[in-house]
Design a protein around this ligand. Structure first.
Ligand code: SAH
Length: 249
């Protein structure tokens, strides 16, 4: 199968296109990429350099350590990408809004983003503003480049695309759906180092199993993620319309 205009597509601007598809080329995402369920385009920012040395970065204005990606080079790399269909324009950045499962679901439902990967100290502020890049963080720690962050974002989106995961319901029940962490999972053998599988899971009573899982998920969320739990408390019960969460984008 080949990809067409409607295929979900990630376009990555990077100084290291050889890093792609990398881990996105194996397992579920890799199979889906090979069969054309999604498309990936890694473009070299350096191709947009204009000087003799193909330079992409320069020293920070005002002084300080490291190098900064030039606004003009990055802008022309962005302008060379087909952005029709209202594709989101993302910049991986530790200063960005933390990525959430609900933002991932939105991105997966759209045409697929353009993703700019920073390197060195980051990129010139003017291109962020002029090209209205949405800064997205994958957590409160600093990576050496945006590529691994972009891969994390793409992987999270791709597994939600229709046909990529075996059963659609395996997405609906997992961590963060309904603002809960997932309940514990078990499989064979029935005894492991003296520990049995919780009996209720072998009872065949689906209603009881669902109630047990729900209780476990709630207890885990309360203990590990009081932030998620507190956020959940202020939302109306399932099925009712819930106000848009201001942190969800
Ligand atoms: N000096 C910058 C960090 C630059 S790290 C600062 O203090 O904010 C180099 C690049 O790695 C960034 O431009 C960004 O693209 C990427 N990066 C680093 N940490 C990240 C994170 N937590 N989430 C997303 N991208 C990140």
């Amino acid at each position: 199968m080949t990809s067409d205009a409607k295929t979900w597509r990630a376009t990555v601007l990077t100084l290291f296109p050889e890093m792609f598809p990398g881990p996105l080329g194996v397992s579920l995402a890799g199979k889906a990429l090979a069969t054309g369920l999604w498309a990936l385009e890694a473009r070299d920012i350096r191709d947009s350099a204009t000087d003799r040395h193909r330079s992409v970065d320069d020293t920070p204005a005002g002084g300080g350590p490291g190098m900064v990606l030039r606004a003009d080079v990055l802008a022309s790399a962005i302008d060379a990408v087909d952005l029709s269909g209202e594709r989101p324009r993302l910049l991986m950045s530790p200063r960005g809004r933390p990525l959430t499962q609900s933002r991932v679901a939105e991105l997966a439902a759209g045409p697929g983003p353009l993703i700019v990967c920073g390197r060195f100290e980051g990129i010139d502020q003017r291109v962020i503003e002029a090209r209205r890049l949405e800064e997205v963080s994958i957590g409160d720690y600093v990576l050496s480049g945006g590529e691994i962050a972009a891969m994390a974002l793409i992987d999270a989106c791709v597994r939600l695309l229709p046909g990529v995961m075996g059963k659609p319901e395996s997405g609906a029940e997992e961590s963060f759906s309904d603002s809960l962490l997932e309940y514990p999972q078990y499989t064979r053998p029935q005894q492991f180092e003296g520990q049995p599988i919780p009996e209720i899971l072998l009872s065949g009573d689906h209603a009881k199993i669902a109630a047990w899982r729900r209780a476990e998920a709630e207890a885990l969320t309360r203990a590990r993620r009081p932030d998620l739990w507190a956020n959940r408390q202020i939302q109306p019960a399932r099925g009712q319309k819930r106000p848009k969460n201001p942190t969800d984008g």
